[in-house]
Design a protein around this ligand. Structure first.
Ligand code: HEM
Length: 490
């Protein structure tokens, strides 16, 4: 190729072999954000031998998603996710093409179509009510042991989010704090997430892949195998049930039914979803939908505990709009503009996947005057875009008020706020996540007055981040719930 380096975006000079690996370090979203100051909003890096372009402003993201979405809508697949050929059959890591389009459409219909999502509101309500009950019991147990009644909120949020997915996919509550049911699955899932989130040398230096130098693939093979085996059993059971129910059509109950009943698109393309593919898609919804949702609610709670004034405003709004003896419901979300603003502000500062999911250039293209070759990895730093002073006043402060006067949504049209991504690969779960995050947060606030123990002071709470599959709080949030007795009936 006769492309000069001038035609590439600017970026720091790398080292031989490892390229710019040191520049991205262990907190890539933060380090890339710092490089923006020196190199501007579009950055070029060599991560080992992988050409990488990083997009870090709303304007550059708009250019990418509006005019180059198709060229960049393939995924770069981490080596770990090729375990058991997971990527072939995955919506999140599937290569762009006909099969992917069909799977994606099916998922979107189940997760985004308003009627389908409305039908399942009571399932989510149940999972959230269980969560508040468990929190209350856990706090009581702590006090009985002479403690302060402090609870690990993040743990119960994760159980809740996991059960929401479990109910939608399989019509099952998979986790209860005390019972063993579901824990094998939960454990395997967590391990898969751990291996999936670990930076892997094999991804940067593909010639080392066969060596699996960090042992990540080996561990992934074991734990992905465990997780798949469990879900495959659920799928098999359902297939058997369907056989026995003969030709009479059972009412479509959940996501698994929708997938197994798929009969082609009438155009002779993929005409059936295999049991294997069904297993992968269902598993993926747990990966994609549980920790993202629970860590968003956790960050929102942390921010509100740091800013008692904002917490008071949410509480007052709920009391005013919903009243003292009714529970917040999903249909009330639009009537609670301050709560909605708190969630937007949380997703601006703490997007669950700060670098979205890596894309891959399917062809050579010209982007903003730069020559971007085929197979370039494309990273969009949503975390940096949410902190960009060109888009936001006082970007580092948590100020939900900023959204009260401005109509900015996170549906992929306002490029300064893209925690769910944008374009053809936008998160298909965002309508579901939107509901669960608001409802869970409102319920935590409605059910309890929250205090932090003496060792923590509002305003100076620890905000250190931990990078994994999602961006979590390093130290899980603990707080003391004080039961409020105002909520009596539905
Ligand atoms: C607060 C919660 C969530 C956040 C912040 C989030 C964020 C994201 C982001 C940033 C992407 C990549 C988008 C892109 O490349 O442009 C994504 C993809 C995806 N998400 Fe979510 N997500 C959340 C919840 C969910 C839920 C609840 C589900 C389903 C149950 C889900 C399913 C998926 C799937 C299947 C993909 C892959 C889409 C594709 O590659 O075509 N997500 N999500």
């Amino acid at each position: 190729q006769n492309v000069t380096t001038k035609q590439r975006p600017p970026g720091p000079k790398g080292w031989p072999v490892i390229g710019n690996m040191y520049d991205i370090g262990t907190m890539p979203h933060q380090n890339l954000y710092k490089l923006r100051l020196k190199y501007g909003p579009v950055l070029w890096l060599k991560l080992g031998s992988v050409n990488t372009m990083v997009v870090q402003s709303a304007k550059a993201a708009a250019e990418l998603f509006k005019y180059h979405d198709l060229a960049f809508c393939d995924r770069k697949v981490p080596d770990a996710l090729t375990s058991w050929s997971y990527n072939q059959g995955s919506v999140a890591f599937g290569n762009y093409g006909t099969d992917w389009q069909i799977l994606r459409k099916l998922c979107s219909a189940e997760l985004l179509v308003k009627n389908r999502v409305n039908e399942t509101a009571s399932l989510r309500r149940k999972c959230i009510d269980n969560m508040t009950l468990w929190i209350e019991e856990d706090s009581k147990a702590s006090r009985a042991r002479g403690g302060l009644g402090e609870v690990d909120i993040s743990r119960f949020l994760f159980y809740m989010a996991f059960n929401v997915v479990g109910n939608l996919m399989l019509s099952r509550d998979l986790l209860e704090p005390r019972s063993g049911e579901g824990h094998e699955f939960f454990d395997a899932m967590n391990k898969v997430m751990e291996w999936g989130g670990k930076p892997n040398v094999a991804d940067f230096l593909p010639f080392l892949k066969w060596l699996d130098p960090m042992g990540i693939k080996k561990n992934m093979d074991r734990d992905m195998g465990r997780a798949m085996k469990i879900v495959a059993k659920y799928v098999k059971e359902r297939v058997q049930q369907k056989k026995h129910s003969g030709t009479e059509k059972v009412n479509k109950k959940d996501f698994m039914d929708a997938i197994l009943e798929y009969e082609g698109d009438g155009q002779g393309r993929l005409d059936k979803i295999s049991e294997r593919n069904a297993t992968i898609i269902i598993l993926e919804m747990f990966f994609a939908g549980s920790e993202t949702t629970s860590s968003t609610v956790e960050w929102a709670m942390v921010e509100l505990l740091r800013q008692p004034d904002s917490m008071r405003k949410v509480r007052e709004e709920i009391a005013r709009v919903i009243g003292p003896d009714k529970k917040v419901e999903e249909k009330n979300i639009d009537d609670l503009p301050y709560l909605v603003a708190v969630v937007k502000e949380t997703l601006r500062l703490h997007p669950a996947t700060p670098l979205l999911l890596p894309r891959n250039a399917m062809e050579d293209s010209n982007y903003m005057g730069y020559q971007i070759p085929k197979n370039t990895q494309v990273i969009v730093n949503a975390w940096a875009i949410g902190r960009d002073p060109e888009s936001w006043d006082d970007p580092l402060s948590f100020k939900p008020e900023r959204f009260l006067s401005k109509k900015i949504e996170y549906k992929g049209q306002n490029f300064e706020l893209i925690p769910f991504g944008s374009g053809r690969r936008i998160c298909p779960g965002f309508a579901l996540a939107h509901r669960v995050v608001h409802l869970a947060l409102a319920s935590l606030i409605q059910s309890f007055d929250w205090e932090v123990s003496n060792s923590l002071t509002p305003g100076i709470m620890d905000m250190t981040e931990r990078v994994g599959v999602t961006l979590r709080k390093l130290v899980p949030l603990k707080a003391i719930p004080k039961k409020r007795n105002t909520v009596k009936k539905e």
